[in-house]
Write a protein that binds this ligand. Structure first.
Ligand SMILES: Nc1ncnc2c1ncn2[C@@H]1O[C@H](COP(=O)(O)OP(=O)(O)OP(=O)(O)O)[C@@H](O)[C@H]1O
Ligand SMILES: [Mg+2]
Length: 361
């Protein structure tokens, strides 16, 4: 079974009348992966999941599971389960019944149902709440029942459509950890849809970024964050300072690149790839900020702090350097933060060429 992905999508397109919801998507999802689909509202994430689950038929393209065409297989015959964004639990059934229902309707023998429901409830840590009705549960508990209902069927592939978006932050983080733990315990392949980049970065081993029905980049979280390929990905995953760069000189496998009148620095020709103009991205935490002395760096700017947004663990600084607006992150590693970094003050910003990402567009 090694090598071949569990799920393969080949140029899958879905049109609803004049709307192209998913456009020519090709993807491979390996067995046991925690795969995230990330993108803004309306980019086609749910439609993609619904095609995998069998609730929508692709307009064109193929979907293969273990090498077999899934498209003619009805949803209830696919080894795939989907957890919806809204809590899909039956309001008139208690927790136990909710989880058992999917097994009862397929005629699984009673003792096996008992065993598997107990197992599924233990996985989502809902033991002892079997006789509660849904209205007696919190949102997070209801969502766990929905998850247990999907897990009890032992799908090969579990599709999760923004399952945590209605939860408060604390519960959300708890459930994120639980989902990651579950994945290791049960050996199911997870596909998680989210528009929350932090959630995707912290949970998934592979992320596909979508925009307007297309997949723009598929990579592990670190690559996606540190080496985004396009402006959209750079800006959608985290925050980025984007610069237009102009090559002013080439020599010795290096190019001297001028950044919008802020100064110039040397980049390896391998990254510049012969182009005369470039778009470059810099993550806000990569700046070296010093309120007093110019830091040692490939390029040093003098800047003014315009605004400071305090986030507790870190602060985001909005700065001006020669009329160019920049964003920088400082970690509040000392209690109270740095009292010198306040609006209206000047500081130095240092930038190293190695921290700049050369984008493709
Ligand atoms: N049944 C339908 N009929 C017509 N258009 C549809 C249908 N379902 C989805 N669409 C359209 O397809 C596009 C993608 O929708 P989809 O629900 O897949 O987006 P999404 O990425 O899940 O968005 P969100 O993050 O808001 O849930 C949207 O423009 C939507 O309006
Ligand atoms: Mg959706």
């Amino acid at each position: 079974m090694s090598g071949r992905p569990l799920l393969v999508m080949e140029q899958v397109t879905k049109r609803f009348g004049a709307v192209t919801a998913v456009e020519s998507v090709s993807l491979g999802i390996p067995e046991n992966a925690f795969f995230a689909l990330l993108g803004p509202s309306g980019c086609g994430k749910t439609t993609l999941l619904r095609m995998i689950a069998g609730f929508e038929r692709p307009t064109s393209g193929r979907i293969l599971l273990d090498g077999e065409d899934l498209v003619p297989v009805p949803p209830n015959r696919r080894p795939v389960n989907m957890v919806f964004q809204s809590y899909a639990v039956f309001p008139h059934m208690n927790v136990w019944k909710n989880v058992a229902y999917g097994l009862e309707v397929t005629g699984v023998p009673r003792p096996e149902i008992e065993r598997r429901v107990a197992e599924a409830l233990a996985l989502v840590r809902m033991e002892g709440l079997e006789s509660r009705m849904p209205h007696q549960l919190s949102g997070g508990q209801k969502q766990r029942v929905a998850l247990a209902r999907a897990l009890v069927k032992r799908p090969r592939l579990l599709l999760l459509d923004e399952p945590l978006s209605a939860l408060d932050r604390r519960l959300r983080e708890e459930m994120q950890l639980e989902l990651v733990r579950l994945r290791h315990e049960v050996g199911i392949t997870f596909v998680l849809v989210t528009h929350d980049q932090d959630e995707a970065l912290s949970m998934a081993d592979t992320i596909a970024v979508m925009e307007h029905g297309r997949v723009l980049q598929v990579a592990d979280p670190r690559t996606l964050y540190e080496s985004p390929k396009t402006r959209f990905v750079a800006d959608f995953i985290g925050t980025a300072n984007l610069f237009e760069g102009r090559v002013v000189e080439r020599r010795d496998a290096h190019a001297r690149v001028e950044l919008e009148g802020l100064g110039a620095l040397l980049l390896p020709e391998a990254a510049v790839n012969g182009r005369p103009h470039l778009t470059l991205a810099l993550r806000p935490e990569k700046w070296r900020i010093d309120p007093e002395t110019p830091p040692r760096a490939d390029l040093v700017l003098e800047a003014h702090i315009l605004e400071v947004a305090y986030h507790g663990d870190a602060s985001r600084l909005f700065l001006d350097a020669r009329g160019r607006r920049l964003v920088a992150t400082v970690h509040n590693s000392r209690r109270g933060g740095d009292p010198r970094l306040v609006p209206g003050t000047a500081c130095y910003l240092g930038l190293d060429a190695a921290d700049l990402v050369v984008l493709e567009d």
